[in-house]
Design a protein around this ligand. Structure first.
Ligand code: ADP
Length: 175
């Protein structure tokens, strides 16, 4: 009687679909949150992975970006926050994940995303990239525009999760 139960547990583990949503998240916006929310309903687990990209100069450190994400995903039990440096496909393999999630806002996103997806497929053919189309109301939204508007004193209230708004405003004021 014990064996089939163990086999059943084993089968569940094997079938678990884990997706990685990589990005700079400098800082996380409501556009990112929309993709995180929607992908958490499709996959068993979503790992939001902050890229430590040395060629970009971020406003928030990796630790700060992870902290803001953690505060934003409270209430989404199958979403984890992590970070990585180096090749995305290596990180994905280390997490036993099978899928890369990316968001698409406009045609301007497409060329870069297409190139990355094809390169990742060449490096790791077993990993699939899934694109999620932005919600119309977030199609203009990016971390850069949040930083630009916020640093000039504009209202960013509806652009980032409410729980992290004070942290972002404080950081923008400091800079
Ligand atoms: P990166 O530097 O890797 O592009 P970003 O943090 O800017 O990191 O974006 C991470 C992912 O989220 C990308 O796939 C990007 O297209 C997507 N994204 C960013 N903003 C939005 C938005 N408003 N709606 C949908 N997807 C978005």
């Amino acid at each position: 009687m014990v064996e089939p139960a163990l086999a059943f547990i084993g089968r569940i583990e094997v079938e678990m679909k884990i997706a990685v949503y990589p990005g700079s998240f400098d800082p996380v916006t409501n556009g990112h949150m929309d993709i995180i929310n929607r992908s958490s309903k499709i996959f068993d687990k979503v790992i939001v992975a902050v890229v430590n990209n040395r060629s970009k100069t971020p406003l928030f450190t990796v630790e700060e970006r992870m902290e803001l994400l953690k505060k934003s995903v409270v209430g989404l039990p199958n979403v984890e926050i992590d970070h990585f440096e180096g090749l995305l496909v290596d990180f994905i393999r280390s997490k036993n994940a099978q899928v890369i999630v990316r968001g698409l806002r406009a045609i301007s996103d497409f060329e870069y995303e297409f190139q990355m997806a094809l390169m990742n497929r060449k490096l790791a053919p077993e990993i699939e990239t899934v694109f999620m189309m932005t919600r119309h109301k977030y199609s203009y939204l990016s971390s850069s525009i949040v930083k630009e508007v916020g640093s000039l004193g504009g209202c960013i209230k509806d652009l980032v999760p409410e729980s992290i708004l004070p942290y972002i405003i404080k950081k923008l004021k400091k800079n």
